[in-house]
Design a protein around this ligand. Sequence first.
Ligand SMILES: Nc1ncnc2c1ncn2[C@@H]1O[C@H](COP(=O)(O)OP(=O)(O)OP(=O)(O)O)[C@@H](O)[C@H]1O
Length: 356
Amino acid sequence: MPLLQIENVSHAYGRQSVVEDLSISLEEGEIGCLLGASGCGKTTVLRLIAGFERPSAGTIRLHGETVASPAALTPPEKRHIGMVFQDYALFPHLSVGDNIAFGLKENSALAGRQRVEELLGIVGLAGHGGKFPHELSGGQQQRVALARALAPRPWLLLLDEPFSNLDVELRERLSLEVRDIIKQTGTTAILVTHDQHEAFAVADVVGIMNRGRIEQWDTPYDLYHRPATRYVADFVGQGVFVPGEVVSRNAIQVELGRLDSNVPVDCGADCISCGRGCRLDVLLRPDDVIHDDNSDIVAEVEKKTFRGAEFMYTLKLASGARVLSLVPSHHNHAIGEKIGIRLDVDHVVAFTAASQ
Ligand SMILES: Nc1ncnc2c1ncn2[C@@H]1O[C@H](COP(=O)(O)OP(=O)(O)OP(=O)(O)O)[C@@H](O)[C@H]1O
């Protein structure tokens, strides 16, 4: 049985519908993430799970027990949920140890102190229990907030944009650390963010949200390689769409060559057996376009961005269409130069042509 089950949940603020028919579930010990642009309803979903909002339709279950529906609402403090916020929300007048001890209900003072010490160790802050929050860095404060949320052993941990006050480098490091800590404690968690690097670093399963709906709830790998909708294909990773023509049930011809697909091509036009020249837009990721001096196909370098290990080249094809190509940075070509390229596409991703 999943630890968290959200079924067909909707919510509106007044007449503004913010969450629509949303269904997701998480197994015990899994980390999920809601990823989407600002205002798509991510925080509202967390508030519904936490019990600060009541759904207008649908049910939310924790360990199989209904905690929210239009008819029933378990109060937040009875849901066994821990929360970590963007601004840490530590008590400034309490020591680190007392912050962590705040929500503890251990039977004895000794058990409480042991739990605090255990958590300080887990979050890498052993020996810092007597300090005050202002004596710690932003990253350390967020680890204290995490320890405080984990202290009562919640069934589910909710993290709302927990790294957005931190600089990029620290954000990356802390997101990996937080994943390790959550996994080490066996906690089930949901993270909300608009940063896909963060989502992919922390979560086992990610939901792409768009205007209150989940477009796809899947592993980071499948969101990138097998996007279910055009929105997901655009939102996740980089890439461009090029025109393609279906030439058989399992193949599409694009300007750069023929792409063989290991699953039948869905042209969306209800063909009995495709191969009748349906037109599709085919997604090409920067890692699908390989620089190869021996290739007969050439493209002109129109733009380049140095990324340390690689260049991201924007290449203009003979037809005028553009593709992106990720090339090791020792292949340093000038703007205007023509370079050989070939396709190496593992998963063919195509959608009905936008113009149809
Ligand atoms: N308490 C509220 N009352 C009325 N409208 C609200 C309330 N909270 C949020 N909204 C509106 O609901 C929509 C979704 O907000 P929400 O905070 O859930 O989105 P979000 O995806 O978390 O956005 P962000 O990434 O900017 O935090 C927005 O249009 C917002 O203005």
